[in-house]
Write a protein that binds this ligand. Sequence first.
Ligand code: TNX
Length: 487
Amino acid sequence: MTGRLGGGHQSDRLVPLPQQVTPRDGSLVIGAHSRVVAGNGVDPMDPVVVHLVADVQSATGLHLRRTIEPPARGDIAVRIDPASSSRHGDEGYELTIGNDGAEVVAATRHGLWNGTRTLVQLFSHSAHDGELPAVHIVDRPRFEWRGAMLDVARHFFGVDHVLRFVELMARFKLNRLHLHLSDDQGWRLAIDGWPALTGVGASSAVGGDYGGFFSRADYLEIVAHAALHFVTVVPEIDMPGHTNAALASVPELNLDGVTPPLYTGTEVGFSSLHLAAPATRRFVHDVIAQLAADTPGEYLHVGGDEAHSTDHSAYLEFVALLQREVHSHGKQMVGWEEIAAAPLAPATLVQHWLHAAVAAGAPSGARFVMSPARHTYLDMKHTPDCRVGRRWAGFIDLATAYGWDPAALIDGVGDDRIAGVEAPLWTEKVVSFADVEHLCYPRLACLAEVGWTAQALRTWDDFRPRLQVHSDRLAAIGVNVYGPPAD
Ligand code: TNX
């Protein structure tokens, strides 16, 4: 059977749905003598193995030993087979569960991570037993970029919350954490040599709420925790618009040398950096150099959206400068769709959010991250009666978050030009982490399947009960999941 599952088999607990699932008769019972076997190419101390042990323990109550001995009856084996890369790609895997044992094989550690995520989902969790259904799964993602964005600029969320955000998204094989680190209302990352950015610019937030910022060490801690969960951090410093917090902090970023006041409202499009101001080029250089130094991932996001107060030719020149600076560190640039008007290198990623026609103006060869507001904006209310959330892009219920095809958004842009999908959580109206969870879950699980599973295998009717399993599991670990009225 390919993809679609018949009712009743325990493998209908999986989100995202794998490419190929073949249920078999029988089951494997993980017991007190079962072990996790680190096979070929796998260090028994590898975080993939450590996480597997921890996750089996939380699903079953059993703490499995790790070993490098050959697998015996009842064991879970993981191994790397570099020769399988043509089948599995960078992130795919093969999972076999039989009456005698389970095995995950992949060409990379990331593939093993994904395969073990699937294995862990196959436990019943609620029954707290060690039973796994016999099954053969061959899987790989549709898109390489499956992301969530957290806006820590409008309201600040500290390291603990960001680590939790990473752990939750990683359950669904999401693999990009886009951090929106600066905006009109706040600057959230300490930059060496520019103490005023945080000294002044981090003190504010929307509505006069508390600000805050990440030290360099905080940022590195987030990057490291994300890496343990196979999540790549994509930091964003939004320029040349959305920059009031920086302008308010550093007089030399202003043409007249006079800082504007800090801003706590929710308007957009009124601020701009200017290349003619004395400190702008040095500022851009230093900020991007530090981001590049502290970010192991290949992408730096430079914003570029809603620069309504930047003259068009100045905007194009600014984007060109940003791209040069990003490239000088061997990184690739990502920007919101407005950057499509500028001359872009082929590897630059254009993040579509509002106007397909604007995104479509990108040079041929440019690639896209798809974040269509009407389907992915996590700051929109689920339904009209939700207490939290906004309305401007419409209500995004679970069927709307699920029911779209990334390849049907921009004329002529199919899978080959799509890096992937991402759901942004803007936080103008989001103050508590409980509200973050309510807006993100279970909608981020919908996005995870949009980004992972082949379009032809996806239907809402098949997805709905699988999603419910995960809403219940998230609720059981204390996540403030949104529960829609029963349909
Ligand atoms: C548009 S999406 C914005 C953000 C706002 C968001 C609110 C984008 C590139 N810009 O500045 O926070 O709408 O939903």
